[in-house]
Design a binder for this molecule. Structure first.
Ligand SMILES: [Fe+2]
Ligand SMILES: [Fe+2]
Length: 197
């Protein structure tokens, strides 16, 4: 007899398999992998429902696949000139997530909660639940990873120092959980040390 944990892990794998074809754009494959690991860490420290948070973070950016690549770079970040396209990735993402979750037979109530989180993961500043806060923090915490700092230096034309300063400045406005903020601070210290080598 399989335990409930095993069954859930198997379902997450199937969700990953169905999400992958939508994540091979905008470095979202790397981003999603890292943010999913961060979401697991946050769940361990903050509580929250794994069966909502994990599918939500795996699927939160699938909608970028529906935004043309030449527009993507103008739709997000500190240099965005077409931010209205950012909304498209949230709405399309929620729709695609619903299709994927129904395909794996997810519970309808949980699908609706996950879609609600995805629909506002960037544009809605006030969280609707702890699960929402964890997804938002895991999404942003990735920006503090070594690989994201390197990617964003190139993307936004920032020096390492400017990149680190941007991360430091946004600690308060970006993070909703204490654990998220603490982990972000720890990452900043690591990035600062690396930049001095
Ligand atoms: Fe996003
Ligand atoms: Fe994201």
């Amino acid at each position: 007899m399989l335990s409930e944990d095993c069954i859930l892990k198997d379902i997450y794998e199937r969700i990953w398999d169905l999400a992958r074809p939508y994540l091979n754009t905008r470095k979202n494959d790397i981003h999603t992998e890292i943010s999913t690991g961060l979401a697991q860490l946050l769940l361990g420290q903050e509580g929250g429902d794994e069966d909502i948070v994990v599918p939500a973070i795996i699927l939160h950016d699938v909608g970028w696949k529906k935004v043309p690549e030449d527009i993507q770079m103008k739709a997000f970040g500190p240099t965005a000139t077409m931010p209205e396209w950012n909304r498209v990735h949230e709405v399309e993402g929620a729709r695609i997530a619903g299709d994927i979750l129904r395909k794996v037979g997810y519970h309808e109530d949980k699908i609706l909660e996950i879609q609600e989180i995805i629909k506002g993961h960037d544009s809605r500043k006030d969280p609707i639940s702890k699960n929402d806060s964890i997804v938002k923090d895991a999404d942003k915490l990735w920006r503090y990873s070594k690989i994201a700092v390197q990617i964003n230096e190139k993307r936004f034309g920032l020096t390492v120092e400017q990149g680190i300063e941007r991360l430091r400045r946004n600690l308060e406005p970006w993070f909703l959980t204490e654990s998220g903020k603490r982990m972000a601070k720890e990452e900043i210290e690591k990035r600062a040390k690396e930049s001095m080598v």
